[in-house]
Design a binder for this molecule. Structure first.
Ligand code: MN
Length: 460
């Protein structure tokens, strides 16, 4: 018989305006969910995940039941996100541990994980990470493409390669922990692990005996180190169980047939770990002791993310601005849209060549218009306007839409020029400039005045 005692602490942190984490701690089931999705999406996803998990695991408290509970939670979140527009794209991590009867008939903790919330097991004086983050950076570490140190500061460390509720199906990592008295299990959201390193986590777990105080102490550490995210911690102590020995408890990765291999992924997994196989979801085993034990299947570390149905669905996620920074599910994590188009052979729509082509198309008529305008306006003429002599710029009657412009309506009237000049003025007299036109009018006027002055003398 195994007795568990737990402590829970969750905090909004020092940078966020809502807590999208959610914790659960019952008698035999413990969970941490870290929701994501704009507005209320993250909170809803985490809440639906935990509530669905609790109900489902109560109906079937086995390792197969835990996996089914994850599948049910995934389906519930997915359905809700399709039903409510503003919840579209929401998702959550979920890390859960349940007390059950192991495949050997003894009490074990079964553990399931999707996302980058983590489970650590303190046993035999050491603390080791059991879960393997489903984040882009951590998967690269596992594939040897990046060091752990690089991953800690990598911009892709918050991009999830798996999450609950972002697609119709989900791949769940499973373990059996053969815990014994004195063991301590830690479940936490990334708000803890991004702020507090494993040495400090280990130090708190070893030094603070009360699980509630330990959980609180870890949350306080995260806040003291910046508190950039919501922080949630569940500490579970095994008080009475298998007799404690000096050896760390055995952790076994549990695989479903056909599921993508993640067994060799956990960096801290002991060599003693063995692989079990439980029945596929189509034929769930109600009786845990009857859970089929198949020969170990040593899965190669295939690329789960690429083959996962999640990838197809995350493309429908809202754009990044839908939610403030950190956690997001990998959609096109490493490629820009342009790079993807290039890879897929889709030509860029707007190229320099296209722009030049349109500029040329526009330049031709623009040039034509300029020429016409220059021709039509590069002319001045003198004519009569309401009994006055006037200078116009342009072509009389207009040219291709460019109308002549009145520049100078002079005070010289038709009665102030010699009558024989009028027929020509009624036509038009072209001049090379405004000045020339005005001089011409002035001359006509002077000619008239000279005639007036001369006439009395001449008429005598
Ligand atoms: Mn988080």
């Amino acid at each position: 018989m195994t007795v568990l005692r737990s402590g829970v602490a969750t905090d909004i942190g020092r940078a966020r305006d809502s807590n999208e984490d959610r914790a659960s701690a019952g008698d035999n089931l413990f969970a941490v969910a870290d929701g994501m999705g704009g507005h209320v999406g993250g909170e809803v996803a985490a809440r639906v995940a935990v509530e669905t998990l609790e109900k489902a695991y109560e109906r079937n408290p086995t390792i197969a039941g835990l996996r089914e509970a994850f599948v049910a939670a995934n389906a519930a979140i997915w359905a809700e996100s399709l039903r409510v527009d503003e919840l579209r794209g929401m998702g959550t991590t979920l890390t859960a541990a349940g007390l059950t009867v192991g495949t050997d008939g003894r009490d074990v903790m079964c553990l399931a994980n999707v996302g980058d919330s983590r489970a650590y097991l303190m046993s035999g004086g050491m603390v080791r990470q059991v879960t393997a983050d489903h984040s882009l950076a951590e998967e690269r570490v596992r594939h040897g493409e990046m060091t752990e140190a690089e991953a800690e500061t990598h911009p892709h460390r918050h991009i999830l390669t798996r999450a609950l509720g972002v697609g119709p199906d989900v791949d769940v990592d499973l373990w059996e922990l053969h815990v014994k008295s004195g063991d301590r299990l830690l479940l936490c959201s990334d708000g803890l692990t991004n702020e507090v390193n494993v040495d400090q986590i280990s130090q708190v777990l070893h030094s603070v005996k009360d699980p509630r105080k330990a959980a609180r102490a870890l949350v306080d550490r995260a806040n003291a180190h910046g508190g950039n995210d919501n922080v949630t911690v569940v500490v579970v102590d095994v008080l009475v169980g298998e007799d404690g020995t000096a050896e760390p408890s055995i952790v076994s990765s549990v695989k479903m047939p056909g599921a993508a291999a993640m067994t060799d992924a956990s960096p801290a997994e002991p060599a003693t770990g063995h692989v079990l196989t439980v029945p596929p979801p189509a034929a769930p085993q109600r009786n845990p002791s009857a859970a089929a034990v198949a020969p170990p299947t040593n899965g190669a570390g295939s690329d789960v993310f690429v083959a996962s149905p999640i990838t197809a669905d995350v493309r429908t996620l809202p754009p990044p601005e839908y939610r403030p920074p950190p956690k997001e599910v990998a959609s096109q994590p490493t490629e820009t849209r342009r790079q993807r188009r290039r890879r897929m052979g889709v030509p860029r729509r707007i190229t320099v060549r296209v722009i030049l082509f349109f500029l040329l198309i526009l330049a031709v008529p623009a040039g034509g218009i300029a020429v016409v305008r220059w021709y039509s306006m590069d002319n001045w003429y003198v004519t009569l306007d309401h009994g006055h002599l006037a200078v116009y710029q342009g072509r009389q009657g207009g040219f291709l839409g460019f109308k002549p412009r009145l520049l100078d309506l002079t005070g010289v009237t038709t009665t102030e020029v010699l009558p024989f000049r009028l027929p020509v003025l009624r036509q038009t007299v072209n001049e090379p400039s405004l000045k020339a036109g005005e001089r011409y009018i002035a001359n006509l006027h002077e000619e008239f005045i000279a005639q007036q002055d001369a006439t009395p003398l001449g008429s005598e």
